[in-house]
Design a protein around this ligand. Structure first.
Ligand SMILES: Nc1nc2c(ncn2[C@@H]2O[C@H](COP(=O)(O)OP(=O)(O)O)[C@@H](O)[C@H]2O)c(=O)[nH]1
Ligand SMILES: [Mg+2]
Length: 268
């Protein structure tokens, strides 16, 4: 059974997390493991993750980080954990239902003939919640059309998408240690690296619904970071080519999918 790891960073998602876990389990996909990476959320999301891990041993793991350090750092932590535990496929998604778990089976299917599948708002059939304000829409358009496509010359239409399905070996071939983004520039930094390394990225349309519960953590400093980071990314990876994929070491023995809860929980 393939090891399918769904990495979900959380910060104050206490109301969303149990619903998200239930929807993931309802998919009934063998070998699917949720990896929650919580940054010591004040609303107790981390404790809820621990309780869910007890309820379904081996189906959900809770990783705890001592403080809020941004979405990018949380994803790197979750990716590394998944790779160390024998992942074949790694998903990344928000915990707020903007990324519907319903797309997971199709994304898995599409991964058969590409390296990364992106749940995209900007391909035919993709859609954004009508409730998005003009400000947020313009920001997303600017980041994708101007920064990603024009400046970074990227092919992917939704470069800032946070819903992705990675062939785990692609992540193994990327030096995750050097990812520098904290906030949502993480999304296009990863997409840019994947393109520069010559991987095949496929986009499938999704309906991106605005979060129903809780608040967005997309703050002004994170927006400023994304704007400045684009230039750094352009410089940092200017000489990256497919020859620079990291060599694949032997895949670790699968432990995560069957291990005891707590065994892998990194409590703060
Ligand atoms: N662990 C962790 N998760 C975060 C952090 N910032 C945001 N998240 C989570 O990342 C996902 C995306 O954040 P969200 O606020 O929905 O951003 P938006 O979709 O761009 O509005 C959600 O599941 C958040 O709970 C952080 O600093 N640490
Ligand atoms: Mg969100």
């Amino acid at each position: 059974m393939p090891g399918i790891f769904v990495v979900i960073p959380t910060y104050n998602e206490a109301d969303n997390l149990p619903l998200m876990a239930a929807e993931l389990w309802a998919l009934n996909i063998g070998g699917l493991v949720a990896v929650v990476v919580d940054d010591n959320s004040p609303d107790g999301t981390g404790l809820i993750a621990d309780e869910l891990a007890v309820q379904r041993p081996g189906s959900l793991f809770a990783l705890h980080r001592p403080r809020k350090e941004g979405l990018g750092a949380a994803y790197i932590c979750g990716f590394q954990w998944a790779l160390q535990h024998g992942a074949d496929v790694v998903f990344q998604m928000d915990c707020d239902f903007s990324h519907s778990p319903e797309h997971i089976p199709q994304m898995l299917y599409e991964l058969r003939d590409c390296d990364v599948v992106v749940g995209s708002r900007y391909v035919g059939g993709g859609q954004i919640d009508e409730r998005w304000g003009t400000g947020r829409y313009l920001l997303s358009w600017w980041a994708n059309a101007v920064y990603s496509r024009f400046l970074l010359n990227m092919k992917v239409k939704d470069a800032t998408a946070g819903f992705k399905c990675w062939r785990a070996d692609v992540l193994r071939s990327i030096n995750l240690e050097r990812i520098s983004s904290f906030g949502y520039s993480f999304q296009f930094e990863m997409a840019y690296i994947a393109e520069k390394l010559g991987y095949c990225i496929k986009e499938i349309p999704i309906y991106f619904e605005d979060r129903r519960i809780g608040h967005s953590k997309l703050t002004i400093p994170i927006k400023i970071e994304a704007a400045l980071r684009t230039w750094l990314i352009l410089w940092q990876y200017r000489q990256l080519t497919p020859e620079q994929r990291l060599p694949l070491l032997e895949k670790p023995v699968v432990a995560g999918a069957t291990g005891e809860r707590g065994e892998h929980s990194a409590h703060s």
